[in-house]
Design a protein around this ligand. Structure first.
Ligand code: ADP
Length: 647
């Protein structure tokens, strides 16, 4: 939501400084484990210099030469041969005479499989047939157990299992986002932390307008700075404040400014970060976030997009995802209730849909204060332009008031974007300062996308587009309730092939006749095509979509149709949003459709009458558009005459 983060403040996480990827301790641990394993190997495996032979070699080369000191039969399977010390000097024993570390090898030096003890004894007896009993070879029978293979057979599968587990979890968590960097981090929140002076310097000066809202949050700032003034009187400060406003209206900025003014740490987390693919993570993240904030109290927690967790809890059949959201919300409620209001932690939350939040969240003692950040009015827009122009090199002829007049409906974020865009446009043209035209271009671009002069349009198509745009212009010129037209163009921009720019009035309410006039003006393009070319084209898609929505809104939600009457099927709670069933009967649905069609038909007839009456003007304007591609208000006045009504 907020593009603030990318502009002004680096993202500092609380764990900053303890880089996980190249932790020296982990590296040391690896080395210790490897050295340990090598050590164990040599400890258990002291027979490293033992050479495999067979009976023949043993008999002919060793026994016959009287080199053998003794033979151990290990576990009735293997014969281990010890060579006499003096015989070890012989060249044929060079390979076994010394041990691993260069010491004298006391044996055993060789080994071979005996097949069976009986067989071995028979062969040995036969080999030593002529010898005296005392000269015969000493044979010992030993039982030896090797623990290492057994140990390994236990440890190996366990190690493999742990390794696989680590691996899988790591893969999963790395895909989930920036939280949960290691397997132990699932349940931990990873909020961005801002501290005034240290990480961010935002104060109320950076937040233009919203004077009433500022007064309201000033109380919070004052409490965070001087809690004793409140606690000594026994006052309880609100724990939760809900900032409600459309995207880009400065909710995040407001929360940051509160933290900046109060000079307290500011923990920022988005609602969606609580809910991830693991069940139960949300709740523990909430717990962790509050713990972190309490440790740094006084502090501010900011939860952006709280509607992702705070939606009205589901009453119908609950699915897994809803369960997780519900448990996260329950934990949030528990945390809000759990801490003493005077601990110095204040929770600010932002949403653009307060109407769909669970009432439990809005109850007294929780988010009971609501601050509405509306889209800025003209005065506020002037102030916001002021804030964002401060760092730019602006031409002296730029009129901020005029720019604010041109941008009704723009949010603070949009205005910040316009300023930046204007600077980029000026830089592209290698200008020394940003002038009015750059701002106009930036506003146009924001509203309709970038100009696409290179888009290939055939002359026939261009003619249709020119009549279409001229149709909009002529119809709206003669309708009382349509805003004053500023410019008409047939230069393609973004997806659209042309457009008409109006200077919109700020309206809080819209009357029936205003709605009707909008629909007429929006149909102007299509009607012009019908009159001039005797057929319609696909060019009116956007217009038709807009007017259909508007007409349905009038009939079904605003009670502006006599036949439907003063009823509204608008659902501010969002409960019907996901249900398939409509809140009205089949016959009402048909009636709504009929009424919508009638409104649009009537508007079509009116637009047609207007254009037929002014056919010459339509032709003139289309011609001028084809010549110039862009026509301004002065051209319009020349062709269509001065407007008799100003709105
Ligand atoms: P939200 O959280 O409501 O979506 P943000 O607080 O993230 O909006 O606002 C986005 C950007 O818009 C801010 O970083 C700031 O540059 C600009 N902005 C919005 N409102 C204002 C304002 N009143 N004054 C100055 N800048 C504003």
């Amino acid at each position: 939501m907020s593009n603030f983060d990318s502009q002004n403040s680096p993202n500092y996480s609380e764990e900053e400084g303890t880089s996980r990827s190249s932790n020296p301790f982990t590296f040391l641990l690896y080395i210790v484990v490897i050295v340990g394993l090598v050590f164990i190997y040599f400890l258990f495996n002291n027979n490293s210099n033992l050479t495999l032979i067979n009976w023949e070699k043993f008999n002919h080369e060793m026994l016959n030469d009287n080199d053998v000191e003794k033979v151990d039969i290990v576990n009735n399977e293997i014969a281990e041969v010890y060579i006499k010390k003096e015989s070890l000097r012989k060249a044929k024993y060079n390979s076994v005479s010394t041990g691993f570390w260069g010491n004298v090898n006391n044996g055993p030096h060789f080994y071979f499989a005996i097949g069976s003890v009986d067989l071995f004894e028979k062969k040995l007896d036969a080999a030593q047939a002529g010898l005296l009993e005392k000269d015969k070879l000493v044979v010992d029978y030993v039982k030896r157990e090797s623990y290492l293979p057994k140990l390994l057979s236990w440890i190996f599968p366990i190690l493999l299992f742990i390794f696989l587990w680590f691996f899988i979890i790591r893969r999963i968590t790395s895909g989930v986002g920036r939280t949960g960097n290691t397997i132990f981090d699932f349940g931990r929140s990873n909020p961005k932390l801002y501290e005034k002076g240290k990480y961010s310097n935002i104060t109320f000066k950076d937040l233009a307008g919203y004077e009433e809202a500022k007064v309201e949050v000033m109380e919070i700032v004052d409490f965070l700075k001087h809690p004793e003034n409140y606690t000594k009187l026994g006052a309880k400060i609100p724990k939760g404040i809900l900032l409600v406003g459309a995207p880009g209206t400065g909710k995040t900025l407001m929360a940051k400014a509160v933290a900046g003014e109060a000079e307290v740490p500011f923990f920022s987390l988005s609602g969606s970060e609580f809910i991830e693919m693991f069940v139960g993570v949300g709740a523990s993240r909430v717990r962790d976030l509050f713990e972190k904030a309490k440790r740094k109290a006084p502090s501010i927690i900011f939860i952006d997009e709280i509607d992702t967790i705070g939606r009205l809890r589901s009453k119908s059949i609950s699915f897994q995802a809803n369960d997780e959201r519900d448990s996260t919300l329950n934990q949030l409620l528990a945390e809000l209730d759990g801490f003493d209001p005077n601990t110095g932690v204040i929770v600010l939350a932002a949403t653009n849909r307060a109407d769909i939040l669970d009432p439990a969240l809005l109850r007294a003692g929780r988010f009971d204060r609501h601050i509405y950040l509306e889209l800025p009015n003209k005065q506020e827009r002037i102030a916001i332009f002021g804030v964002h122009m401060k760092s730019l090199v602006i031409d002296t002829n730029v009129d901020v008031v005029y720019l604010a007049t041109q941008t009704p409906g723009f949010s603070g974020a949009d205005i910040a974007n316009v300023c930046n865009e204007a600077a980029l446009i000026a830089a592209r043209k290698k200008k020394l300062s940003i002038d009015t035209q750059d701002f106009f271009d930036a506003i146009d671009r924001m509203m309709a996308g970038i100009e696409k002069k290179s888009k290939l349009i055939s002359p026939i198509e261009k003619n249709i587009i020119a009549y279409h745009e001229a149709g909009h212009a002529v119809v709206s010129w003669f309708l009382k309730n349509i805003d004053s037209l500023q410019k008409v163009t047939i230069i393609p921009r973004g997806k659209s092939l042309g457009g008409a720019w109006y200077l919109p009035e700020e309206r809080q309410i819209i009357t029936y006749s205003q709605f009707f006039d909008f629909i007429c003006a929006a149909l102007g393009g299509r009607v012009a095509e019908e009159i001039v070319f005797n057929e319609a084209s696909s060019g009116a898609l956007d217009d038709l979509e807009k007017i259909t929505k508007q007409a349905y809104m009038m009939v079904a939600n605003l009670g502006l149709s006599k036949k439907i009457g003063h009823v509204s099927f608008y659902d501010s709670t969002g409960e019907y949003e996901s249900s398939i069933q409509k809140p009205y009967s089949e016959s009402t649905a048909m009636l709504i459709d009929d009424e919508v069609r009638k409104i649009i038909e009537d508007a079509h007839t009116r637009a047609k009458n207007l254009l037929e009456l002014n056919r010459n003007k339509l032709d003139d304007l289309a011609k001028r558009l084809l010549e110039k591609e862009v026509v301004y208000k002065s051209d319009l006045e020349e062709v269509l005459g001065k407007r008799t009504f100003t709105i």
